[in-house]
Ligand binder design. Structure first.
Ligand SMILES: [Zn+2]
Length: 133
């Protein structure tokens, strides 16, 4: 087992194989990175920050609150932010409020999660199809 001191300061033992110079390289490669645990934590922190930032941007745009579990809502806010931005890119400024009004009808976080593959004008079209009687 080789002891590696990661860039985050954590030390972790690895079973590394190969000739000495290869093992040395593998150690150096790992030393340059945070340990898997810290890497995951950092990614999660970025994700949470993105979700919070998105929620704020959505509120400022006048979009309603989403319903669903806390985890669903957090993720849906970032999907919604990108979705609304994409949808607005497809229309002239005089149609923007119409797009926002249409997408405001989608208040279930699940709707945004279920449709996360949609792009550009497809968001507005899908919302119109789902919410216009
Ligand atoms: Zn670490």
């Amino acid at each position: 087992m080789e002891k590696v001191r990661h860039s985050c300061g954590c030390t972790k033992k690895y079973r590394l194989y190969g000739p000495a110079h290869s093992v040395r390289r593998q150690i150096e490669h790992r030393e340059a990175m945070p340990c898997p645990k810290c890497k995951r934590a950092a990614e999660e922190a970025v994700f949470i920050a993105t979700c919070e930032e998105s929620a704020l941007a959505n509120t400022e745009m006048g979009l309603p609150e989403l319903t669903g579990t806390a985890a669903q809502v957090a993720y849906a806010e970032s999907i919604r932010r990108d979705g609304v931005r994409d949808a607005l890119r497809m229309v002239n400024s005089d149609q923007e409020q119409d797009v926002i009004d249409t997408l405001s009808k989608a208040t279930a976080a699940k709707w945004w999660l279920d449709n996360k593959e949609l792009m550009f004008g497809a968001w507005t079209a899908k919302a119109k199809a789902d919410f216009t009687a």
